[in-house]
Design a protein around this ligand. Structure first.
Ligand SMILES: NC(=O)c1ccc[n+]([C@@H]2O[C@H](COP(=O)([O-])OP(=O)(O)OC[C@H]3O[C@@H](n4cnc5c(N)ncnc54)[C@H](OP(=O)(O)O)[C@@H]3O)[C@@H](O)[C@H]2O)c1
Length: 338
């Protein structure tokens, strides 16, 4: 099968690239070439928005095209125009944050309503999905929608109040120095974190899967943990008991309005995913990497080269301030009852 990934060297997609190449797919990555590219794949080095791209793709046809980096209906409009008549399947990477917030039912299936008043990122992904469904209905554009939930690989320590991407060692640094870490709510809300190698097993199974045209899927782990447990697992992996401070999400968002989407529109809300659909379409799919195992692999990657342990000083200062104002307010409140 001839496959094109727009992206393919990112946090989630690099594991899918590795598995698709291992399975012998004829894989091309379209990236700007800023990150390491595996040797066994073909590369088109171009910005996806480059005016030169349509000419570069003029003679190409694919069995599946995956856009890993579409975020707005304008991105989708570009893709539909680029790939109309040129691919047998177009896979859009949406997000599980599109599902109804707050949820009216704890168990998320693919038919959970799509509505997120707290996060414009999610509303844009919903608009992308709607534009694609219109293209499917009206002109048979062969879409498949995939909605990842929080997914990580060896280069990342995924926690609710942590820096993302290259500075995600920041929370580990705080644990090791004995500094407090903020956990929203009372730490008992449920969350699901999926390793990219597990996601890849479900995802690659959808490529070229004719029955998946017109369908949407999430692909997650079945391991459900509380945020306190997730922090404790990271702490145990580095040999410390993390000092957790529970702060209501509403308080955090009042102080840091930029956290609204990530908290009220996503990680403060309990999620439990029903993965029946992906298991039905991709027989044998099942996540096998526990968070305990995955986080050990991430820490081994950081330990292999200490220069990877970048610390987000700005985030640290913000969290220190948040903890200080919260504890001061709490102490005042307590004293008013004495
Ligand atoms: N990780 C999660 O927890 C999560 C959860 C829900 C949804 N998602 C969705 O998953 C997708 C992210 O996938 P990912 O983890 O693979 O992405 P990523 O880590 O953001 O990597 C982006 C990829 O796209 C390439 N790229 C970026 N800008 C480009 C441009 N202008 N032109 C061409 N290539 C470009 C990058 O390579 P170069 O930099 O070399 O160009 C890289 O290969 C997003 O759609 C996101 O909304 C992620």
């Amino acid at each position: 099968m001839k496959i094109l990934f727009i992206g393919g060297t990112g946090i989630i997609s690099r594991a899918c690239t590795a598995l698709a190449a291992e399975r012998g797919f004829d894989l091309t990555l379209l990236t700007r070439g800023k990150r390491d590219i595996p040797r066994n794949v073909r590369v088109i080095k171009e910005d996806v928005n480059s005016p030169a791209l349509p000419a570069r793709l003029a003679d190409e046809k694919f069995d599946a095209v995956v856009d890993w980096i579409a975020f707005t209906p304008e991105d989708i409009e570009r893709d539909v125009n680029l790939f109309r008549g040129r691919t047998r399947q177009f896979v859009f990477i949406s997000s599980a944050s599109v599902y109804q917030k707050p949820p009216t039912h704890y168990l998320i299936t693919e038919s959970t309503p799509l509505a997120n008043p707290h996060w414009d990122y999610s509303r844009n992904k919903i608009a992308c999905e709607e534009r694609l469904m219109k293209a499917y209905r009206e002109e048979g554009f062969p879409i498949t929608i995939v909605r990842p939930s929080l997914t990580y690989g060896e280069t990342l320590v995924p926690l609710v109040m942590n820096s993302w991407a290259e500075m995600s060692y920041t929370a580990v640094g705080r644990m090791l120095r004995g500094e407090k870490l903020v956990v929203p709510g009372d730490g008992s809300s449920l969350w699901v974190i999926t390793h990219n190698t597990d996601f890849a097993k479900g995802f690659v199974g959808l490529l070229g899967h004719e029955q998946s045209i017109g369908h949407a899927f999430h692909i997650t782990s079945d391991e459900v943990l509380t945020w306190d447990q997730l922090y404790q697992i990271v702490g145990a992996a580095v040999g410390v008991e993390p000092k957790l401070v529970h702060i209501p999400s509403d308080f955090i968002v009042a102080c840091l309005p930029e956290m609204e989407g990530s908290l009220l529109g996503d990680k403060s809300v309990s999620v439990v995913f029903d993965n029946t659909k992906i298991k039905r379409f991709v027989p044998g799919y099942g996540a096998t990497t526990s968070f305990t195992e995955g986080i050990r692999r991430s820490l081994a990657w950081f330990n292999a080269d200490p220069s990877r342990k970048l610390i987000d000083q700005k985030a640290n200062a913000t969290w220190d301030n948040l903890i200080a104002v919260y504890e001061k307010g709490l102490a005042n409140a307590v004293s008013s009852f004495r």
